[in-house]
Design a protein around this ligand. Structure first.
Ligand SMILES: [Zn+2]
Length: 135
């Protein structure tokens, strides 16, 4: 009985796109929306749940495989841009904690100086100009 159902489902899915990273992401969005809907009971969120659910299954059962594939590619590119942005943001935040960024008064070259060294002479690596700073 169960095997037969599985077989039928496999036949149904033949030539259809199926699950991908974008749909998995949509299912997570759906989960968050369903939880938000449970607590907030806002009608717009309820409608949005149905919209996301519908769109997700539309993609999974779609026969236009090249189109879905290119959507997924776009999604992955966007996702890596977003995660890259947050990684850079974290890195520059930790740099701000450990380093001072000074600008050379002569050529405006940015110079990174470790914090907590007291008064120091900074020598610009670009123009050789020397100036005193507190770090
Ligand atoms: Zn300089």
């Amino acid at each position: 009985m169960f095997n037969e159902l599985r077989f039928k489902f496999a036949r149904f899915m033949q030539g259809r796109y199926g699950m991908d990273q974008f749909s998995r992401f949509l299912s997570m969005v759906l989960l968050v929306l369903v939880a938000a809907n449970f607590f907030l009971r806002v009608r717009t969120i309820g409608l949005l749940c149905w919209a996301v659910l519908f769109y997700m299954y539309f993609r999974i059962f779609s026969r236009n495989i090249p189109k879905r594939y290119s959507e997924n590619r776009k999604f992955l590119a966007l996702q890596s841009r977003v995660t890259g942005f947050f990684r850079n943001f974290r890195r520059s935040a930790s740099q701000a904690r450990d380093y001072h960024i000074y600008k050379c008064p002569q050529c405006a070259q940015k110079i990174r100086i470790p914090r907590g060294k007291g008064k120091i002479i900074v020598r610009c690596p670009k123009c050789g100009h020397e100036f005193q700073k507190r770090s």
